[in-house]
Design a protein around this ligand. Structure first.
Ligand code: NAD
Length: 611
């Protein structure tokens, strides 16, 4: 018996008794998992031990849970060159942010440009340190970051942890762990005629990224593009929303402290506060790439403004996600997810469940269960008044916009199973309650327009073709969900949905997988942010080809030397036939033609002719 077979038989004989003692197998597996876990924790702890700890002082109003009514009452007159900032839950006045002028925006771009020249040759190691400094601060100061976000945008502290912290932490972790792999030069095949070449793509930083972001997740919306842009070797000028400018002051202090701790050049990240004119100045001001996150209407303007300089744009625009629930889905799982998908952050999410397409067999049960939860949800100011399930709408005018869409639907025959009018009982702030609408038809504006508020529209379907047709009957195509007890059925429906992202038996799971691209189709925009594709979109994918072998290099064949002779074109035809001829006979014909050209009079090209 050969030694290998003997060793195998010996191992098999030793392992066989274990099959009769499954508890030993389970115990061994548990020990292995525990060792792996401990190794991971120790590794992570050591990786972060040397990472500097930031000290970012907070202002009085950033620290307080409740604000004194007198001290924070609105001013009588509002200056034009400043942005007034309010708490949407109490309407207390928080102070002013600067409304930067176009000249000030251009000055910020110039500073970023200088910093980008240094940072583009920074090492991935240094970029990872920057991300880890940020992550360390974020995890140890979650409460502060969330309190400030809640104060400025109206969301509850729980919502802030879910949407501001968790996804940001995962983004930073993913970038540090896998970002370098996504950006290191990638080998490509050289092809047939260039067989002697080595081909690769190098991901070169674009230079200065100009990012314009909305107010709905004011912390995540800034750290998300900043972390990706600087990890890709760029500087970034980021324009925050005029409706979330107060909190940007704290978030800018965090970022600047992290840059200093990581030894990054000052000016690498520039914050811009201002109105639309500041955003327009950023787009037209000479940045190398524009990332716009906001409404479809403004996105179209941004695209037009980027055209004269042919500045590349990524547009992350509005959404109106379809949420398909098949009759065989597990309602106990689906209902709580459906409620979160519609009402998280008061429905102010680009990828928010807005159109619930539910199979007729479970339609009534689904509607009554979501309405029961919606009716039980408590609403109020996010801070200082005990836990609430949902907070205020961030933007002045949002409550009225939602009411217009709901009123239109109700006047045309829809019914509200919960909510349906502003919630004055919740307090002085901008409150619209969780609203479930049934009986919605295509003639109603709410079926087509993005609500960006806490309204769940539920319609029934019969047969998967109808579910797909209803889901695709929409100008937007950002996220989508399909729930079914049969993965096969869910996948088949998902494959037919016109959307940039689909989660099967979940909602927005694609965003928790930060390796995946984020973005939409149709009026939801184009280009991708997030994941490998999003990171590479912040670079120029530069094609490079060089000689693969030192003894082979490109020389122009003799028949092609100028002035060319009669054999020049037949030589090219023969060469093409030899390399690409789809049969042996054709390839042989190409080779013979090639040799003929070389020996023919004039086959030596210009030199031969001259001789
Ligand atoms: N797809 C996504 O990733 C995503 C994420 C969040 C929000 N959104 C969308 O954002 C919208 C809500 O956010 P919003 O109300 O802040 O959007 P918005 O389009 O009104 O504003 C977004 C930003 O654009 C700026 N701006 C305004 N006019 C400009 C101009 N002419 N040139 C350049 N910039 C200009 C604003 O000052 C703001 O900072 C919703 O439609 C929502 O779906 C999309």
């Amino acid at each position: 018996m050969d030694p290998l077979t003997a060793a195998y038989q010996d191992l098999a004989a030793r392992v066989a008794p274990l099959a009769e003692q499954p508890h030993l197998v389970v115990a061994a597996a548990a020990v292995i998992v525990a060792v792996l876990l401990v190794t991971y924790v120790v590794w992570d702890t050591l990786a972060y031990a040397a990472i500097p700890t930031l000290d970012v002082p907070l202002k009085q109003e950033e620290l307080a849970e409740t604000l004194d009514a007198e001290q924070y009452s609105p001013p009588k007159t509002l200056p034009k060159d400043k942005i007034p900032c309010y708490d949407p839950g109490t309407l207390q006045f928080l102070g002013y942010a600067k409304a930067m002028t176009p000249d000030e925006v251009r000055a910020s771009i110039a500073k970023a440009k200088e910093a980008s020249k240094v940072w583009r040759s920074s090492s991935f190691k240094q970029r990872r340190i920057l991300l880890r400094v940020l992550l360390k601060y974020i995890i140890t100061h979650q409460e502060e970051i969330c309190r400030v976000s809640s104060r400025d945008s109206g969301k509850t502290p729980l919502e802030a942890v879910l949407g501001e912290i968790i996804v940001t932490a995962e983004k930073l972790r993913w970038l540090a762990a896998e970002g370098e792999d996504a950006l290191k030069p990638q080998r490509r095949s050289a092809g047939v005629m260039a067989f002697y070449k080595a081909a690769r793509v190098e991901y070169v930083p674009v230079g200065v990224v100009g990012a314009i972001v909305p107010w709905n997740w004011p912390f995540h919306n800034v750290i998300n593009p900043i972390s990706a842009a600087v990890f890709a070797g760029n500087a970034i000028v980021i324009k925050v929303s005029e409706h979330a400018s107060w909190c940007a002051s704290y978030y800018a202090r965090i970022v600047n402290a992290a840059l200093a701790a990581a030894g990054a050049p000052p000016g690498l990240v520039q914050f811009v506060t201002g109105y639309g004119d500041a955003g327009a100045a950023l787009v037209a001001g000479g940045v190398d790439k524009v990332v716009f996150v906001g409404s479809t209407e403004v996105g179209a303007k941004v695209m037009a403004a980027a055209a004269p300089r042919v500045t590349p744009v990524t547009l992350e625009l509005g959404g109106k996600d379809a949420f398909v629930v098949c009759g065989d889905a597990d309602l106990a799982q689906v209902v709580p997810i459906a409620v979160k998908a519609a009402f998280l952050n008061c429905g102010q999410n680009c990828a928010s469940g807005e159109r619930y397409i539910v199979e007729s067999s479970i339609y009534d049960s689904f509607c009554s269960r979501v309405a029961e939860t919606a009716n039980a949800m408590r609403q109020g100011p996010a801070l200082g008044h005990g836990p609430v399930d949902t907070g205020a709408m961030c933007m002045p005018g949002s409550v009225e916009k939602v009411q217009r869409l709901v009123d239109d639907a109700l006047s045309k025959g829809a019914r509200a199973l919960s909510g349906g009018k502003p919630n004055a009982a919740a307090g002085a702030g901008q409150f619209y309650p969780p609203t479930v609408l049934v009986g919605v038809t295509k003639g109603m504006a709410i079926w087509h327009e993005e609500v960006f508020g806490p309204v769940m529209v539920v319609v029934p379907f019969s047969g998967d073709d109808e579910a797909v047709a209803l889901a695709n009957d929409c100008a937007f195509g950002l996220g989508s969900s399909v729930f079914s007890g049969s993965t096969r059925r869910a996948r088949a429906i998902a494959a037919r949905l016109e959307a940039g992202m689909t989660s099967i038996n979940d909602f927005n799971a694609t965003y928790m997988c930060q390796s995946l691209p984020f973005g939409g189709v149709k009026m939801s925009g184009f280009g991708r942010f997030g994941g490998v594709e999003g990171l590479r979109a912040l670079c120029v994918p530069k094609a490079v080809a060089e000689d693969a072998y030192p003894f082979m290099k490109t020389t122009i064949p003799a028949p092609w030397l100028h002035p060319v002779g009669a054999a020049a074109q037949p030589f090219a035809v023969a060469l093409t036939t030899m390399f690409y001829g789809p049969s042996l006979a054709l390839k042989a014909r190409g080779l013979v033609g090639l040799l003929r050209c070389l020996v023919a009079p004039g086959g030596g090209g210009g030199k031969a002719k001259r001789a």
